[in-house]
Design a protein around this ligand. Sequence first.
Ligand SMILES: [Zn+2]
Ligand SMILES: [Zn+2]
Length: 204
Amino acid sequence: MCKWIEHGAENRRLGYPNLVGDWPVERQEQLLAAAGMRSLHPLGDQDGNEPLNVECLECGAAQTDTLFGVSEGIRLSWLPCAECNAKRFKPTQETIRTRMESLGLHLVGEFTGDPGLPLSAVCTRCSTPRAVSWTAVGGGSPPCLRCDGSKLDPDAPHRVYLIDFPHLGDRGVYKVGITHCANDNRLRSHEKAGGTVLATIEVA
Ligand SMILES: [Zn+2]
Ligand SMILES: [Zn+2]
């Protein structure tokens, strides 16, 4: 529980969403596409820290990694595939362009080699410009806020929730939080951590 919260805070400090906890399948697919990998098993509910068997699309090497590990690889600018990384391949303009293209973004700016700097891109579906770093894409930020970002859309309906964690502290702890209406993953992960959802209220 505490570890989970610490990771979340650290990840938010780094500017990308919580990497530990359940990853929706779409976000797993996005990360693996960004990393140039495919899962050797059908993707399902996956925790960011659970092992995942993946295959590198560049060299065909199979390895076991976690979603968090793959995402960290992108953030730290080494290739998530151990084989490719050992050959000291670094992501190039061309690698980034191809992978962004597969996520629905056309790269218009230069990739300087620093994955943390914002890249200028345009959505290939709705033509909306997007400035997003390669690190953020690897961390699950929507490639296009308009096409992929309904969960982050501040105008979309969202819910305020109240959860009781009876086992924390001397008398238990209540948490008030906010989540979107696209799915209940946030609530389910609190329940997994021992919480009981007491109330949810949808707000416009
Ligand atoms: Zn490889
Ligand atoms: Zn779009």
